[in-house]
Structures are given as structure tokens and as C-alpha cells.
Write a protein that binds this ligand. Structure first.
Ligand SMILES: Nc1nc2c(ncn2[C@@H]2O[C@@H]3COP(=O)(O)O[C@H]4[C@@H](O)[C@H](n5cnc6c(=O)[nH]c(N)nc65)O[C@@H]4COP(=O)(O)O[C@H]3[C@H]2O)c(=O)[nH]1
Length: 849
């Protein structure tokens, strides 16, 4: 229950919390009052005389003392004197029957609070008690307030110092000498708190006062001016000042900046008493400002461009260097994404990688190609950092970059000088070795060759000696350009030293190509060189070595090409020579064969021969194969086995193949129109021909022009051709088959002999390769293979023809195996058109052998 009810006097309530010492020698009075007191106070201590009363006071420390005066051993006033010495403010109530003036005087001196006459009237005693309680209550309240403010003053982190303020002195001096502020307000230091001492580094107020008597002794000259101004203009006018900056001096004279406010404390009569100076330490703030100023200075004066973006990577700030490097002003890019600088040189994956590293590690550094405002793409070296807040969230990104165009240029120059000849800008020996190495690897991989050409200018020294190095250099530049002009881009021409050049031709299928190139170079050098006003003539000698025949490494190949070059020089210069003569013969032969074949095609010199295909059972000619012949004026008839591979390499097979198709169809139709037997003509197809995108049209055209029915045309496909077949080829073959054209597989058994393609393709005939028919039936292997092919063909519903049948024994075996058809010298060699026409006209059944 709350002790204080609405009607209860707070002093009475307070009384109930107090303890009382009651000193009385008369037992009956004491007992009577004790009861009374016990009801009104928290506790009552009793003593019978002054001495005992003093002991009880010391022991119990009561709040109020009530005492009789006249008592044995020690009277009440004597006891009161002792007690007052211990606790001057203690309420002392005196109960006495005496009214002698001498007691009154002593009592007044003692500062007795209340008198209660004997016999004691209880209401008067109660009143005295309540008055004492009131005094104690007021004292306690004041003490509490004092304690509160004392604590605030003492423990506050805000530095507070208190300076004496003599109003008269201040105003007088201010008026008399307003400019001399020092004299106007001396501000003698009277107090300060711990925070103020700590701020300046003093141990105690005394130590501080020893150093400086007044506040002006603790601040800088400029601050003194400010302080006195504030006192004069604000404090004296309205009692307090606004906040202003002061610079204090610490114990070791270092400046301590503070934000100060002055508050005047007035006396009860309204006179200025003290000026309180309340100060906030702003050293950290100053430091932060300074470091901010420094950062801003670094930011602005940095030679590296800086971009700061927010968490969404929108630009919030850039510096001067940024504008200098990239061309945009800060205003133009604020709020934009740095993506606007992207050059387009990097893949999306590059940026994805950058961002994932940046967000994972908080940092990314590397080279980026960006675009300036004017559109120029340039390289920059950039470091990007993610800035986190205290919660670890990214709040900013800072990118610092420099333009590395010059560095890149220098790198490129170094790279160029390391790998290129500065005069001709051709690759130097070092890069040449590398290119040759690559050419060797390609040759190994593609099963091709590579050629090294070693060039030496004939009598170049004469030009240098007679016309000087300037002309000589220009000559070399022109030579380099002509050499490059004669080669493919993939080949490499290099200047090895002085007037020595070399080249590598890679992925070489045909040695003849090397001769073509060498001839072209020799020819191009023969053209006059126009340098300054001179018309100069120059020839070149070339030595050629071929990988892998003439060497397996750079040194050997180059040495052998060099040797060959000396041969070319010995043989009269202005020509080329192969290191190995066989290579040279072979190459030359091939080259001349190629040239003649080209001419033969152009002049329509090729011919078709025909070889009959005969049904074993009936002995009838049921078909014929068209076989190409090249009657050469010097070499006689050249076998297709020799020139078809060449034509396949140089692409001549395309026009040749088309001619064969047209000619075979035309010839067959002519014979049919002449009333000769109508049989299909089989035409060999090369893979290259078959892969032409317009192959179907070529076949259709041959049939249309000749008017030959498609069923009288048979196309012979090789196994390897079918192995490379795509879906498109399957559709093509099906279309041909639907048209009525017959399809057979040539040389069956020599390739992959896969059942899969036999099923996939609409084939009607299998041709057993000639090699399997040799030595039949003696060769048990060949017999087994032939038997297997025949039975496989039959199982798939195909007819089977055996090629190269020369003897009856072979025929008998094939017949026994139920082979359907044969082709071979046994019946007929391939015949020219005239002979074939005769054959077709004379017999429709060949004699059964
Ligand atoms: N030893 C011997 N040989 C016989 C016998 N019967 C026929 N031969 C020869 O065997 C070859 C059969 O032609 P192939 O296997 O298609 O082989 C042909 C074919 O792959 C190709 N060829 C011929 N003409 C053409 C053509 O017009 N176009 C294409 N792409 N290739 C053709 O040239 C190859 C060789 O043709 P040829 O020299 O005419 O050689 C022909 C033929 O003369 C025989 O009993 N004994």
C-alpha cells in the first residue's frame, strides 16, 4: 500500500522514515513520550543523560535529537554542542522547564531548532517534530539536486570550466578599452571538471591553476579575441552565447580545438557570478575534415582517373584526370552506368568474370579497352574496389584507372622489334623459326609437306657499294614487297640478314606449287626496280628444301635450302634449285603434267573408252563402264590412275568429271539411236565431284542434253565417298535413285565395307575390287572374301559384279559362287568408242568362255 494518502501531510510521511534520539532523565516522562514518538517515527532511541545520549548518537546516527536540558553527568546543551560539532545541521529539539536566560543564550548559540516546554504538550512536540522533518526533507531534496548536478559536472564527457565573472570589472573595462579584450575579461578559473582536465592533459584543478590563473591563459590569441567578443556581444546581453570554435592549449602547448558555449550564472540578486565554458572536443572531427580535405585534394590532383559509383553502379563522382583521359565532364556522366565507356572489344563473359571477382573479393584489377567521348578505343589499367558499410553491404565502387596507350604502344614496338625486321617489316629469323615450326606441325597433322625457300639477291653488293646504303635499303624494301606479293598470306616471308631472305610454304599438297611460286618470284625480280631516279635490274637465286624429305628441323632445312641456293647461283643465277634432285624432277614432272592436263581439258583432248560388263549366266553384254583416257602427244595414252589423283588435287576433276558424264550419256544415247543394244553406261565419280552443291543439276543436265533415259546411266561410287556421307548426300542419292539412275559401289571390300551404309543408301550393285579376283580360286583369302561379298550382296538384294576377270578359272569360281556379272580382259579390254560401237553392233551375245 502506498504510504502517502491524498490527505496525509508529506512532512508527516517523511517523519515516519526518520529516526529519533530522545534523551531524558525522568523515567515517567521518557516512557510517556517514547510511546508518542514511536508512533510517529521509524525508530526511537532512548538515553537517560547527555553522556549516554552522545554515545547513542554516535552509535545510531539518528536524524533528529530531542533532549532535556537539565540532566545528571552531562546536560542536554553540552551534549548538543558535541553533536553539532559532529553534524552541524542536525535538528535539535529541546524540552525544558527552565526559562532561564542563560540556557536560552546557550541554546541560541547552539542553533537549537525548537523548544518545547515542560510539561510537554504533545501537539507542540508534534509540531516541532514536523518542522524538523520539513527541514530535513528540504535538505535531502537540495542534496539530491546538488548531487545530480555535481555528477553531471564531474562525469560529463563535455569539458566544463568555470570562470569567475566580476560584472563590474567586465563592463567597466569593456567600455573603457573595448579593443583590449584581455583586460576586459580575465575569467579567473574557479572550477572545472574531469573532462576539461583530461582534454588539456592536467592531473588536477590545482595543477591547471598553477599553469594558468585564468581561462585566457589556456587559449590561443585568436581564440581569446573570439571568447571576449562572445562575452561582450552575447553573454552580457542575453546570458549565454551561441557555439563557436576555440583553440585551447594543452599542457604541452599543442592546440586542442573545441566547440564552446558560454553560459553566465547570476547571483540571487541578479549579478553575474560565473561564466561556464562548455566545450566539445572536436579534434576527431577536425582530423576527419583534414583527411577529407586531403582525400579531396588527392582525388582532384591524381593523375589517374577516378570514378566513384553507388551500390547500383551509377556514377556519383569523377575527377579532373577522368575528364582529361576519357573526355566526358563529371556533369555528363553523373547518374550513368560506366557501361557507356565500353568499347565492344570484350565478350560478355569478360565482364561477368570481372563482376563476380569484384563482388566476391571486393577487388578487381586488370586491363580494359574502353572508348573515349570522341569514339577512340584505348587501353586502360584499372583497379576497382568495392566499399562496404559497417553491415558489410556494398555501398560504393571506386575505380582508378590510367591510360596505358603509350605503354601498349611501347610494348608493341618492343614486340615488333623482337620479331620483325625494322627495315622491311618482314618477320625476322626468330619469328621465321617459329612459323617454320608451325608449318612442320601442320604438315605432320595434315600429312602434307612444307617447303623452305632460301633467297639471295644476285650481285646486290654492287648496288650497295656503288649507289650507297640508302638506295640499297630501298631496294631491299621493294624486294620484300615483291616476295610477299608472290606468296599466299598464310605463307611467311622473312628477312634473315642483309640481302638474304627466306620463306616457308606450309600445308603443301603438291610440290608443283613450290615451282609455281619460285618461277613467279624469279619472274617478278626480273622487272626493273625504280628507285629515286634510277632504274635498277636485279635477279634472285632460290634454293628449296622440302619437309620432311630434306630435313626435319629448322637448321637442316635452312642449311639444305642454302646449299640448293648455291647450286642455283652456280647454274647461272636467276633461277631456283631443289636440294634433292629427285624432288626437283618429280616436281617438275608433276608441274608439266598438270599444265598439259589443263591444256588437254581446254582443248577437249580427253577420250572415253568403254569396257563391257557381261552377265555370267547368259553371256550377254548387259552394261559398260566408261573409262577416261588421255592420249598425250609425247607420252602416249596416260592412265587415269596417274592423272585422276592430280586432277583431284588441283580441282581439274570438276570440269573433267562433268565432261565424262556428258560424253558417256551422249555416246550411249547415240548408240541407242543407231539401233545398237540399249545398256546402261557406268561412270566413275570422284568424291570432289559428288560434293559439289549443284551435282544433281549436273547429272540432270547431262541426261536432258543427251536425252538418255536415267535407267541407262549408272554412277559408280567409292566406299570412301559414302563413308563421308551426310544426311544431305543420302537425300541426294535417293533423289537420283528415284529418277531412275542406278547406283553401284566400286572397289567393294577395299574400304570400310560397312553394312550400315549398304542399308542406308539406295544401291543396286556391288563391284568386287579387282585385287580380290586375282589368283582366284587359288588364293584362299581372296576366295573367302569374294564368296562373302557375293552372299552379302545377294542377301541385301543387290547384284554383284566382279572386276578384273582375266582367266576362265576365275570365271568358273565366280560362276560357282553365283556372281551375277563380270568385267575384265577375259571378255574385253576397255575399247575406244569406235571399237565399242563395232562390238555392240556385231554381237549381242559374247561367246561363252
Ligand atoms: N589388270 C586388269 N585391269 C583391268 C581389267 N579389266 C579392267 N581393268 C582396269 O580396271 C580399272 C577399272 O576401273 P576402276 O576400278 O573404276 O578404276 C578406275 C577409276 O577409279 C579411275 N577412273 C577411270 N575413269 C574415270 C573417270 O571417268 N572418272 C573418275 N573419277 N575416275 C575414273 O581410274 C581407275 C583406273 O582406270 P583404268 O586405268 O581405266 O583401269 C580400269 C580398267 O582398265 C583386267 O582384267 N585386268
Amino acid at each position: 500500500m502506498n504510504m502517502t494518502t491524498r490527505n496525509e501531510d508529506p512532512d508527516q510521511v517523511y517523519l515516519k522514515s526518520l529516526t529519533v534520539l530522545y534523551v531524558e532523565d525522568e523515567d515517567d516522562i521518557r516512557d510517556q513520550l517514547k510511546l508518542f514518538l514511536t508512533r510517529r517515527c521509524r525508530r526511537v532511541y532512548i538515553a537517560a543523560n547527555g553522556k549516554k545520549g552522545l554515545e547513542a548518537f554516535q552509535k545510531y546516527q539518528p536524524d533528529i535529537v530531542i533532549t532535556d536540558i537539565l540532566m545528571p553527568i552531562m546536560d542536554g546543551l553540552k551534549m548538543g554542542e558535541h553533536i553539532k560539532e559532529i553534524r552541524p545541521n542536525i535538528p535539535l529539539i529541546v524540552i525544558t522547564a527552565f526559562e532561564e536566560p542563560r540556557y536560552f543564550h546557550r541554546a541560541i548559540e547552539l542553533g537549537v531548532h525548537q523548544y518545547v516546554n515542560k510539561p510537554v504538550k504533545l501537539d507542540i512536540l508534534e509540531d516541532a517534530l514536523i518542522k524538523s522533518a520539513r527541514i530535513l526533507r528540504a535538505e535531502a531534496a537540495l542534496k539530491e539536486v546538488e548531487e545530480r548536478y555535481r555528477l553531471l559536472f564531474k562525469l560529463s564527457h563535455i569539458a566544463i570550466s568555470v570562470a569567475d565573472a566580476d560584472h563590474h570589472h567586465i563592463s567597466q573595462t569593456l567600455i573603457v578599452k573595448p579593443s583590449d579584450h584581455k583586460q576586459a575579461f580575465e575569467g579567473t578559473l574557479v572550477d572545472c571538471n574531469e573532462a576539461f582536465l583530461a582534454l588539456l592533459g592536467y592531473e588536477s584543478l590545482t595543477a591547471l591553476q598553477l599553469r594558468a590563473e585564468n581561462i585566457l591563459g589556456l587559449i590561443s590569441e585568436e581564440s581569446a579575441v573570439l571568447l571576449l567578443h562572445a562575452v561582450q556581444q552575447e553573454v552580457l546581453v542575453r546570458g549565454f552565447s551561441s557555439e563557436f570554435e576555440l583553440e585551447l592549449k594543452s599542457i604541452n602547448q599543442t592546440p586542442v580545438p573545441v566547440l564552446a558555449q558560454l553560459i553566465m550564472r547570476y547571483s540571487e540578486t541578479g549579478e553575474p557570478m560565473e561564466v561556464w565554458i562548455i566545450m566539445r572536443d572536436i579534434r576527431e572531427q577536425r582530423k576527419a575534415e583534414q583527411s577529407l580535405r586531403l582525400s579531396a585534394k588527392v582525388f582532384e590532383s591524381s593523375r589517374d582517373a577516378i570514378i566513384i559509383t553507388d551500390s547500383q553502379n551509377k556514377i556519383i563522382s569523377t575527377n579532373q584526370a577522368f575528364t582529361q583521359i576519357i573526355g566526358y565532364t563529371q556533369e555528363e556522366v553523373i547518374g550513368k552506368d560506366p557501361k557507356i565507356f565500353q568499347s565492344g572489344r570484350h565478350e560478355q563473359a569478360f565482364y561477368q568474370e570481372l563482376w563476380s571477382t569484384l563482388n566476391l573479393t571486393g577487388y578487381w584489377q586488370g586491363e580494359i579497352w574502353n572508348r573515349r567521348k570522341k569514339g577512340e578505343v584505348f587501353p586502360e589499367w584499372i583497379s576497382i574496389s568495392a566499399i562496404n558499410n559497417s553491415k558489410g553491404e556494398i555501398v560504393n565502387y571506386v575505380a582508378i584507372f590510367s591510360d596505358i596507350t603509350d605503354i601498349k604502344q611501347a610494348e608493341a614496338n618492343i614486340e615488333f622489334l623482337a620479331n620483325y625486321d625494322p627495315l622491311t617489316e618482314l618477320p625476322n629469323r626468330r619469328l621465321f623459326i617459329d612459323r617454320l615450326d608451325q608449318a612442320i606441325k601442320t604438315a605432320n597433322r595434315e600429312k602434307t609437306k612444307a617447303a623452305v625457300l632460301f633467297f639471295d639477291l644476285d650481285h646486290f653488293k654492287n648496288i650497295n657499294d656503288s649507289l650507297g646504303h640508302g638506295i640499297g635499303d630501298q631496294m631491299l624494301i621493294e624486294v620484300a614487297s615483291r616476295l610477299e606479293g608472290c606468296m599466299r598470306e598464310v605463307d611467311c616471308v622473312s628477312r634473315l640478314s642483309g640481302d638474304e631472305f627466306a620463306a616457308v610454304i606450309s600445308d603443301l599438297h603438291d610440290i608443283g606449287n613450290v615451282i609455281t611460286v619460285a618461277q613467279k618470284i624469279v619472274g617478278s625480280m626480273r622487272l626493273p626496280f625504280k628507285i629515286n631516279d634510277y632504274e635498277l635490274h636485279m635477279t634472285i637465286s632460290i634454293g628449296i628444301s622440302v619437309y620432311p624429305n630434306d630435313g626435319k628441323d629448322f637448321e637442316t632445312l635452312l642449311k639444305n635450302a642454302d646449299t640448293a641456293m648455291y647450286c642455283a647461283k652456280k647454274n647461272g643465277r636467276d633461277n631456283f634449285e631443289f636440294f634433292s634432285s629427285s624432288m626437283s624432277t618429280q616436281a617438275l614432272e608433276r608441274l608439266s603434267l598438270e599444265n598439259s592436263l589443263r591444256k588437254a581439258v581446254e582443248n577437249n583432248e580427253l577420250k572415253l573408252h568403254y569396257q563391257p560388263q557381261v552377265a555370267i549366266e547368259s553371256g550377254k553384254i548387259v552394261g559398260m563402264e566408261a573409262l577416261l583416257r588421255w592420249p598425250h602427244k609425247d607420252l602416249g595414252i596416260i592412265s587415269p590412275a596417274k592423272f585422276i589423283p592430280l586432277a583431284e588435287e588441283n580441282g581439274l576433276i570438276i570440269p573433267i568429271g562433268k565432261w565424262v558424264l556428258n560424253e558417256a550419256c551422249r555416246q550411249n544415247k547415240t548408240w541407242q539411236e543407231q539401233g545398237l543394244m540399249s545398256i546402261p553406261v557406268a561412270v566413275n565419280l570422284s568424291a570432289l565431284q559428288f560434293r559439289q552443291s549443284n551435282f544433281l543439276e549436273i547429272v540432270q543436265e547431262a541426261l536432258t542434253i543427251s536425252q538418255l533415259k536415267p535407267c541407262f546411266l549408272e554412277l559408280e561410287l567409292t566406299e570412301s565417298l559414302l563413308m563421308d556421307c551426310s544426311e544431305y548426300s543420302v537425300r541426294l542419292l535417293k533423289t537420283l535413285r528415284q529418277m531412275g539412275v542406278q547406283l553401284s559401289i566400286d572397289d567393294f571390300g577395299t574400304g570400310y565395307s560397312s553394312l550400315t551404309y549398304l542399308r542406308r543408301f539406295p544401291i543396286s550393285k556391288l563391284k568386287i575390287d579387282r585385287s580380290f579376283c586375282q589368283n582366284l580360286p587359288d588364293d584362299s583369302n581372296n576366295s573367302a572374301i569374294t564368296r562373302a561379298i557375293i552372299s552379302l550382296g545377294h542377301e541385301l538384294g543387290l547384284s554383284v559384279i566382279a572386276e578384273g576377270v582375266e582367266e576362265t578359272r576365275q570365271l568358273n569360281f565366280l560362276e560357282a559362287q553365283q556372281c551375277d556379272l563380270i568385267q575384265g580382259y577375259l571378255y574385253s579390254k576397255p575399247l575406244d568408242a569406235e571399237e565399242m560401237q563395232k562390238l555392240l553392233g556385231s554381237v549381242d551375245v559374247l561367246p561363252k568362255v
